[in-house]
Design a protein around this ligand. Structure first.
Ligand code: UD1
Length: 428
């Protein structure tokens, strides 16, 4: 099994470039399938991470031609896409492929997808996706016993859809389905994440007519055709935030390049409360941490622009070694504290109850053998290990590699003592 060996206590110094956002490229890769023309879509700054490899496999299994170019670009030709059924094994490995439902309905008029079960961080229901798609006119048949969902439509028709909760995936799914729907679709209480703005931008560059992404109301005017384009995905704000947490835990002085500071405001603000000095400079962000972090008043995860749930675990790792006691409330997912028990193996003092965690900071975390239970929990263990005394072994790297490209190499360049050892992990 692959694992990281991390010797903590080394300050981080230098510059790291942040790559394209996982949560942007995944829906974008789904969206390009809406292009029936023979033009290609060329995507730049695509992170080479497991989730992207899986999505590329899904696209190929549906009949699209996808090829990598040097320097992290992908070329997609989806003219001959013909399959409406997503392979069960691939679907099970990546739950977010659920947003292919809207795309396949919009393009082919039918879709068969295996039912996504629960996962490490909660149930991850899809009721809002299904409600939205059926409001557009899809007939949905849930075959729970057989474990799949089949949906079809003669055509989709635009309508007003009010989401009960601003779900990121449901907003994206409905938005993509509405691109070819007849008439106008308005999504209210839509998610406002920057990745949704990115999705709007690429679709508009392909000929769609969408406006309002980034606000809570998105208006999609149906079109009949899309065409190729060239597009660069936004930088990954969660990866950028993770590096900021690494510096906060280990101390140091680091420049992050290729970031959009506005996407990180909630994170920057909380890290400043811990004592981090953070400066923004056109597309770059400088973070310097000289002392042990201070505890913070409550960290509440919320939909964007609130504090992102994806950085809750790394933030907990920082606060575990902070001076004083912090409270964390996880409002987005119902079971996202699996990392607390692993951090406690490193001498942290964290108690969780439901959606609340009380983190009593200790002067120094200590190295241990710990296991990543999901992607961001894995990132949290790396953050904790960098600031801990002694050696930490982090197992379960296949989770971390779902969303971080070369995390070990980047940290090594910043002066961390980190080594990847052992054989290849099985697929996640
Ligand atoms: C996306 C991100 C993920 C991030 C999350 C919240 C991608 C690929 N993933 O996931 O990294 O952690 O946003 O920022 O972009 N819910 C329902 N019914 C639904 C849909 C969602 O109850 O139909 C609930 C979920 O169970 C969860 C909450 O809404 O508790 C948020 O989920 P959602 O915003 O949909 O997250 P994802 O799109 O799955």
């Amino acid at each position: 099994m692959e694992r990281y060996l991390i010797r903590g206590g080394r300050q981080l110094k230098g510059t790291v470039r942040i790559g394209g956002a996982k949560n942007s490229i995944l829906p974008v890769l789904a969206a390009v399938l809406l292009n029936r023309s023979s033009d290609e879509v060329v995507l730049h700054d695509v992170p080479r991470i497991r989730d992207v490899y899986l999505m590329v496999e899904i696209l190929r299994s549906l009949g699209a031609r996808v090829s990598w170019q040097d320097g992290g670009s992908l070329v997609v030709n989806s003219r001959d896409m013909s399959s409406y059924s997503i392979d069960d094994t691939l679907m099970r490995q990546m739950r977010s492929s659920i947003f292919l439902m809207g795309v396949l309905l919009g393009r082919l008029g039918q879709v068969r997808i295996s039912y996504p079960g629960g996962c490490a961080i909660g149930q991850r229901a899809i009721d809002l996706h299904l409600k939205g798609l059926s409001a557009l006119g899809a007939h949905i048949r849930e075959q729970r016993e057989q474990g799949y969902i089949y949906a079809n439509c003669r055509h989709l028709t635009g309508c007003d859809i009010m989401l009960d909760y601003p779900s990121v995936g449901a907003t994206e799914n409905i938005l993509m389905a509405a691109v070819f729907a007849r008439g106008v679709t308005v999504i209210s209480n839509a998610a406002k994440e920057p990745e949704i703005v990115d999705l709007q931008n690429i679709l508009n560059a392909m000929g769609a007519r969408i406006r309002g992404a980034g606000t809570d109301q998105i208006r999609i005017e149906g079109v009949q055709q899309l065409h190729g384009t060239e597009f660069t995905v936004i930088p990954d704000r969660i990866v950028a935030g993770t590096f900021m947490m690494c510096v906060a835990a280990a101390r140091g002085d680091v420049w992050l390049e290729n970031v959009i500071p506005a996407h990180l405001e909630a994170v920057t603000s909380k890290l400043r409360e811990t004592g981090a000095e953070i400066r923004e400079d056109s597309g770059r962000l400088h973070i310097r941490c000289r002392e042990r972090p201070r505890a913070v008043d409550t960290v509440r995860t919320l939909p964007y622009p609130g504090f992102p749930t994806d950085l809750q675990a790394p933030m907990m790792a920082v606060l575990a070694g902070a001076e004083g006691t912090s409270i964390i409330i996880e409002n987005v997912f119902e079971a996202r504290f699996m990392h607390a028990a692993e951090l406690n193996r490193m001498n942290a003092q964290i108690i969780t109850d439901g959606r609340t965690a009380v983190v009593r900071g200790v002067p120094r975390l200590t190295g241990a053998v710990v296991t990543a239970s999901d992607l961001r929990a894995g990132a949290a263990l790396v953050v904790a290990a960098l600031g801990a005394e002694g050696e930490t072994t982090v197992e379960g790297l296949h989770h971390i590699e779902r969303g971080y490209e070369n995390l070990d190499a980047d940290l090594l360049k910043l002066g961390a003592s980190i080594e990847k050892i052992g054989g290849q992990d099985p697929p996640a």
